[in-house]
Write a protein that binds this ligand. Structure first.
Ligand SMILES: Cc1ncc(C[n+]2csc(CCOP(=O)(O)OP(=O)(O)O)c2C)c(N)n1
Ligand SMILES: [Mg+2]
Length: 420
């Protein structure tokens, strides 16, 4: 099937209605308008982000009155259920412990690099919890906690960051893409998977993650435009942590917000407090639901902060003040949630100690697992590239096998792939 064959007659009719006509009003009819109408939302209300970012629990851990949550017509969100909130809190505690453990492992030389999401754990956790089992997640290098919260084994997740293997897990098994270092390439992979799912008639939703800096990349534009034109079930999730290494947001974009970029592609955008896991779950849950029900793609911008350096190779004191970081300590997603849940009577000392034991167990798993040597088979270089290897890859694989064999019989110390 060619790509253009995917346009239904209805889509084509909608496109035709949008042929240039200077006298016409805004182009607000079409499949998006039809889909969101089913939810009782007009496309005019739907497309533009709400005037204020959505925040449900304030930084002191108090539930805000509904009228002050930033909601307005087309942007109304029910409070997530207690069970989901408790699950989120547990993952927040585990995620914080993972971040701090990994940073320590880098300092001990047991991992090559770690882009920490300390302070961004609410975004990480909500990204995983909003998805169903059959959905896909496409994470960036900073999203290890989200990958683990999705269910990938912690040691397998971190294997990539040892630098000794492409990825420690099979993306197809977990429906989680490989954490991507080249900025924004994962958005195109995400859109491709969503397109394939749509062609197959599956109800998969794809969560495509990126940072604020990544929104300036050409791939960002291509991914959003393609997803919108082909009306694909993708939720673009932008973690605006205020910096792209040393470049602050003000030097990155002068758009009213990153969520406003969505409307230029004909998709809805929303801004949410990225340190409020309650609001994040509410907004992302609805975005996933809408996408599954045929709204086409959406963009959610979470307003958060990178509390630590970009990676262990960066010195953040060279480009930002400690006083700025201190302001964000007060907005910590974890303490906020703890106060909120305790105030609701959902969290007692027993629950706290059970959760912290779980976090310690994951940290121990990381310490032990990342201290072991990984058996590396050079032939794995040729696997996982294509499902059916090309003749060139087969030839190169045979050449390598031959060379390894000759070196081994000459008594060389070549790594033959055996575990050491
Ligand atoms: C295509 C590409 N260009 C440049 C880089 C170098 N680089 C690595 S991280 C980064 C900043 C990204 O910032 P952002 O998207 O805000 O994500 P964050 O690191 O803040 O999570 C840059 C420019 C890269 N990895 N890939
Ligand atoms: Mg950033």
């Amino acid at each position: 099937m060619t790509i253009s064959a995917d346009h239904t007659a209805r889509d084509r009719a909608a496109q035709d209605r949008r042929l240039p006509d200077q006298d016409e009003d805004l182009h607000v009819e079409g499949p998006v308008a039809e889909a969101v109408r089913k939810f009782g939302i007009t496309v005019e209300d739907y497309l533009l982000p709400a005037r204020h970012q959505i925040q449900m629990v304030d930084q002191d851990g108090n539930l805000k009155p509904h009228s002050e949550q930033g909601t307005e017509p087309g942007h109304e969100y029910p409070l997530p259920g207690d069970e989901e909130l408790l699950a989120a809190y547990e993952q927040l505690v585990v995620g914080r412990r993972v971040n701090d453990q990994n940073s320590a492992l880098v300092r001990q030389g047991r991992m090559a690099v770690y882009p920490s999401s300390h302070g961004q754990e609410a975004c990480q956790v909500a990204a995983a919890l909003c998805l169903s089992e059959g959905d896909w997640m496409f994470p960036t290098y900073r999203d290890s906690v989200a990958v683990m919260a999705r269910g990938v084994d912690p040691v397998q997740t971190m294997t990539l960051f040892r630098g000794d293997w492409h990825s420690g897990y099979n993306p197809a098994e977990h429906k989680v893409g490989i954490q991507c270092t080249p900025l924004t390439t994962q958005l195109l992979h995400a859109v491709g998977v969503a397109h394939a799912a749509k062609l197959r008639g599956e109800d998969t939703v794809v969560l495509a993650m990126c940072g604020d800096g990544a929104t300036s990349e050409g791939d960002f534009h291509e991914a959003l435009n393609f997803a919108a034109v082909f009306h694909l079930p993708v939720v673009f999730f932008v973690q605006n942590n205020q910096y792209a290494i040393s470049v602050p947001l003000a030097h990155q974009s002068v758009a009213p917000s990153l969520a406003h970029k969505a409307v230029g592609y004909g998709m809805a955008g929303e801004r949410v407090d990225g340190n409020d896991v309650v609001a994040l779950l509410a907004v992302l849950d609805r975005a996933v639901k809408l996408a599954r029900e045929g709204s086409g793609p959406l963009l959610v911008e979470a307003h958060t902060y990178r509390m630590q350096a970009h990676t262990n190779a960066d010195d953040a004191t060279r480009y930002r003040q400690d006083s700025e970081v201190a302001q964000w300590v007060a907005r910590d997603p974890l303490t906020r949630m703890r106060t909120y849940l305790a105030g609701k009577g959902l969290l007692d000392d027993d629950a706290e100690s059970r959760i912290s034991e779980k976090a310690e167990a994951v940290a121990a798993q990381l310490r032990n697992g990342l201290s072991e040597d990984v058996p590396v088979d050079p032939q794995d270089l040729f696997k996982y590239v294509y499902s059916t290897p090309t003749p060139q890859l087969k030839e190169q694989s045979a050449l390598l096998a031959d060379e390894l064999e000759r070196e081994a019989s000459a008594g060389g110390s070549t790594n033959t792939g055996a575990a050491k």
